[in-house]
Design a protein around this ligand. Structure first.
Ligand code: NAD
Length: 489
């Protein structure tokens, strides 16, 4: 890879105990839209994690004894500061991740701001339980207290969005944290650290240790004084984390991959369904855990759907992420692009048909982006349910479209994967959408829409898509320890 000669490299530092500290070694971070190394990320290990956990432990007594209102005010201030710098954060996220500037401006950074505001508000509204037992002259009540130092590990697809979805509830509840963002997308977390002091977050409450999963991530997971780990990432890494944390009986929240179906019945409103399903397949280059990658269309509308869907997908413009008219940016890395392309090749080798995108349509890129990791939105059909493209998470701009006949059949096929994160159902028959939603093995079911979220309600997956839920009440329960107290009077 060539270095960006015109600019000095951006060098990140860990944030421990309220101070930026350099690291003895670094890993390179690439700009996915040019292929250049533009940033160096600390390659932290045991030593750095140890220092961060110590700082978090030292900060815990004071932070946990603050009132929820005091913590809420600090979270709101931090939200305001990020919002004030929204454009700078959006630019950084787009450059670091390859996502379009439009997506970073309208989804990633606004949601990061909202995460802090949401938990700043929700932390004020929890109540605990009380029961009476007159025959024993007793009453019982519950108390909830923060757990201690929370380890937070996040992926590269929605960097600040997903990291703040963990930091906000963790510190709102009174925990202190050691966070490890993905080594491929660390810049916005580092930028956020620069705002913590001004927001009034005391030193040691939020520590960020940058580095790889194998070194920094494992050191955090194996640290005996980090009793809970909140992880978002792949199912494979979650298995490793579960094993490594087992000797310590850690509390785990695992938000993992998906192979999300869209089920489109013949009475669906296609004028809504088609643009939304194109978006659910290709938004953020298909690098969202909730993206649709298996589209089941009822036989009677199959050919019309396919024609209109492909036409709509072809309208999506792929190119320089900083161009506000571009819909599809670069994929995260060269290796990931290769992996996604290989899925398309495998499908073709199995006899499937690629209707548009990879290998079928020309990809014209601006001169500065020739070495970037780009791929066109790709639609595959005539693919068997057993094919790896219909079973495994691809996590790129690739979606498969197949036909079905009956409700019973499609539920079985939709459930026929190891994952169970999100599903969408399109129909104008109210009875049917309820029926199907009940029977889908999926933590989230959207009917006649996609990605409409109320953060109050539980988010998370079934089967290999995860363990635990996040949301107002769910995150509160995860990040606190409950105690039942009995009083005899
Ligand atoms: P990943 O599992 O490779 O990495 C996620 C994080 O874990 C990174 O910070 C990484 O450095 C760290 N890590 C890797 N190995 C580790 C180890 N042995 N110990 C501790 N930490 C380790 O995932 P990714 O490729 O960054 O992200 C893509 C995956 O995330 C996809 O599978 C996607 O579906 C999933 N995802 C899920 C959700 C959800 O909410 N369910 C949201 C976004 C992404």
């Amino acid at each position: 890879p060539t270095m960006a000669h015109s600019q000095a490299l951006l060098v990140l530092e860990n944030f421990i105990g309220g101070k930026f500290v350099p690291c003895s070694s670094y890993v390179d971070s690439y700009n996915p839209s040019t292929g250049d190394v533009y940033c160096r990320v600390p390659d932290s290990g045991k030593e750095e994690v140890e220092a961060a956990v110590k700082a978090a432990k030292d900060a815990f007594p004071i932070w946990s004894s603050k009132s929820p209102l005091e913590r809420s005010q600090i979270l709101n201030k931090l939200a305001d500061l990020i919002e004030h710098d929204l454009e700078a954060f959006a630019q950084a996220e787009s450059k670091d991740q390859g996502k379009t500037i439009t997506f970073a401006r309208t989804v990633d950074i606004p949601r990061a701001v909202h995460n802090f505001r949401f938990f700043a508000s929700s932390i004020l509204h929890h109540v605990t339980e009380c029961t009476e037992m007159p025959s024993m002259d007793c009453m019982h009540y519950t108390l909830r207290a923060p757990v201690g130092v929370a380890g937070l590990i996040s992926p590269w697809n929605l960097p600040l969005y997903l990291l703040t979805w963990k930091i906000a509830p963790a510190i709102a509840c009174g925990n202190t944290v050691v966070a490890k963002p993905s080594e491929m997308t660390s810049v916005t977390a580092w930028m956020m650290c620069k705002l913590l002091e001004k927001a009034g977050v005391p030193p040691g409450v939020v520590n960020v240790v940058f580095g790889t999963g194998a070194k920094a991530g494992e050191a955090l997971v194996c640290h005996p004084e980090v009793p809970l780990i909140s992880f978002t990432g792949s199912t494979l890494t979650a298995q490793r984390i579960t094993e490594r944390s087992a000797p310590h009986c850690k509390r785990l929240s695992l938000e993992l991959g998906g192979k999300n179906p869209a089920i489109i019945f013949d009475d669906a409103d296609l004028s809504q369904c088609i643009p939304t399903t194109v978006r659910s397949s290709f938004a953020n280059q298909g690098e969202i855990c909730l993206c649709t990658s298996r589209i089941f269309v009822q036989r009677g509308i199959y050919s019309e759907f396919l024609k209109r869907f492909v036409a709509e997908a072809k309208k999506w413009k792929t190119g320089n992420p900083s161009d506000p008219t571009v819909d599809v940016g670069a994929l995260i890395s060269k290796e990931h692009l290769e992996k996604v392309r290989n899925y398309v090749k495998k499908a073709q080798a199995e006899g499937a048909r690629v209707l548009c995108g990879e290998g079928v349509d020309p990809l014209a890129l601006p001169p500065g982006n020739q070495k970037g990791y780009f791929m066109l939105p790709t639609v595959i059909t005539e693919v068997k349910d057993e094919s790896c493209c219909m079973q495994e998470e691809i996590f790129g701009p690739v979606t498969c479209v197949v036909a079905f006949d009956t409700e019973e059949e499609v539920i079985k096929r939709a459930n026929g994967v190891k994952y169970g994160l999100a599903a969408t159902v399109w129909s104008s028959n109210v009875g049917r959408v309820h029926r199907v939603a009940h029977r889908l093995q999926s933590g989230l079911v959207w009917t006649n829409c996609w990605l409409v979220r109320d953060l109050n309600l539980p988010f998370g997956g079934m089967k290999a898509s995860g363990i635990g839920r996040e949301g107002a009440k769910d995150s509160y329960e995860f990040f606190t320890e409950v105690k039942t107290i009995t009083i005899k009077h």
